[in-house]
Design a protein around this ligand. Structure first.
Ligand code: FAS
Ligand code: PHB
Length: 388
């Protein structure tokens, strides 16, 4: 493997988009991905793109399929106590969100890398970083029995929440909280129950009605951490989902066999700082949010926007100001998304031990959202995404 300018560890959305953006600045990179391409493409993850994410992807030649297949939503709904509160995103912010699965984003990114002849190494194992404090870090990895080492000017740690790169930041502070429940998710080839997303707060727990297209539905139910998927056959899932939705919605639910089922734990983690020496973290490698606010993927995009802009300045005229400020710049937006994701999670889930007072606080907050334009604007501007 020849030396390169930027070595990227992780071939998920953060790593692959970074390689794509660096290419637009004429900056060379190599992406090392632990899994196979098909494995990465087989993961069902995020579904909601902020306006800023859609605009950034379009600005870099990745907007055509989103325009064709993405579903633009100008509103989002909160259901509780049998009523549905619609937050008019467009009226409150002039913006919208787009439903376009992370799998589709990843497919578009891999195809763009293929078209550009981008260097991507799949099934790269035992990636290790060396000499990060020098001006010539080195990386080692193996594919099968063959070990390789190469040098780079910079290393981007885009290897997600179970990666290795964050372990190279010695002075890191971790702000973490685990939520006492998870999400049981189902993908079904059925028409979505509603044209927009519905987040529901029910005495049995949270439910979310989402989608990937007009023929592909994505639903989630709050579940205990130790839930066994085997105890949730499709019929039980559909019955519980219908129970947690207002009758006006549940009566329209079209069920069908699940294509995919999974349980996602909910936690929040922010590592500070996001950089040391020539290593910069981006995406889930630096921070994880509960999916309630639909922020995870969008934060990966904004981190990579800031990092690619900083690297472009360095290679253009040697300036290091944006690079030195990267962590501070990215974290400012990260913390706003962490707060919003925490707020949405607190508002819409049932917490063990949350007595009558906790329930009353949720009801009062929902009443305020139902009647206050200011409250709706605050929620809407975070949901569509704060400016980059
Ligand atoms: P990713 O984790 O996507 O990518 C990191 C990549 O690095 C992976 O491909 C991994 O294989 C690779 N890697 C790891 N260790 C490596 C190593 N040592 N060497 C080389 N490569 C390595 N967000 C939402 O907004 N909505 C959702 O509904 C939602 N659901 C989710 C469900 C699950 C199960 C998970 C884990 C996350 C979910 N997220 C959701 C968040 C998710 O979408 C992330 O925010 C998004 O994938 C972040 O992208 P990356 O930072 O690229 O990390
Ligand atoms: C999804 O469609 O997977 C999805 C949508 C909104 C969320 C989380 C997940 O907040």
């Amino acid at each position: 493997m020849a030396d390169t300018q930027v070595a990227i560890v992780g071939g998920g959305p953060a790593g692959t988009l970074l390689a794509h953006l660096l290419e637009s600045h004429g900056i060379e990179s190599v992406v090392l991905e632990r899994r196979s391409r098909d494995y990465v493409l087989g993961r069902i993850r995020a579904g909601v793109l902020e306006q800023g994410t859609v605009d950034l992807l379009a600005a870099h030649g990745l907007g055509d399929r989103i325009d064709r297949e993405g579903l633009r939503h100008t509103g989002v709904n909160l259901a509780a106590g049998g009523r549905v509160i619609r937050i008019d995103l467009a009226a409150r912010t002039g913006k919208a969100v787009t439903i376009y699965g992370q799998t589709q984003v990843q497919t578009d990114l891999y195809e763009a890398r293929d078209a550009a002849g981008g260097a991507m190494v799949f099934e790269a194992e035992d990636v290790a970083l060396h000499d990060l404090e020098s001006d010539r870090p080195r990386l080692t990895y193996s594919v099968g029995c063959e070990s390789t080492t190469f040098g780079a000017d910079f290393v981007a740690g885009c290897d997600g929440s179970h990666g290795v790169c964050s372990s190279y930041l010695p002075a890191v502070r971790r702000y973490a909280t685990d939520y006492p429940f998870g999400w049981l998710g189902i993908l079904a080839a059925t028409p979505p129950v509603c044209d927009e997303l519905i987040y529901a707060n029910h005495p049995n727990g949270f439910a979310l009605c989402s989608m990937r297209s007009r023929q592909l539905s994505r639903y989630y139910l709050q579940c205990p951490m130790d839930t066994d998927l085997e105890e949730w056959p499709d019929d039980r899932f559909w019955d519980e989902l219908r129970t947690r939705l207002p009758a006006t919605v549940g009566d329209n639910l079209i069920t069908g066999p699940s294509i995919e089922r999974s349980i996602t734990p909910l936690h929040s983690l922010v590592s500070e700082p996001m950089q040391v020496g020539r290593l910069h973290l981006a995406g889930d490698a630096a921070h994880v949010v509960p999916p309630t606010g639909a922020k995870g993927l969008n934060l990966a995009v904004s981190d990579v926007h800031y990092l690619s802009r900083a690297l472009a300045a360095y290679y253009r005229d040697g300036s290091t100001g944006l690079l030195n400020a990267y962590s501070r710049t990215a974290l400012s937006r990260v913390w706003n998304a962490v707060r919003f994701s925490w707020w949405m999670t607190q508002l819409m889930h049932r917490f063990p031990g949350d007595g009558d007072f906790g329930l009353r606080m949720q009801q009062t907050e929902l009443d305020y959202l139902a009647t206050s334009r200011a409250a709706q604007t605050a929620m809407a501007e975070n949901y569509v995404g704060l400016p980059l």
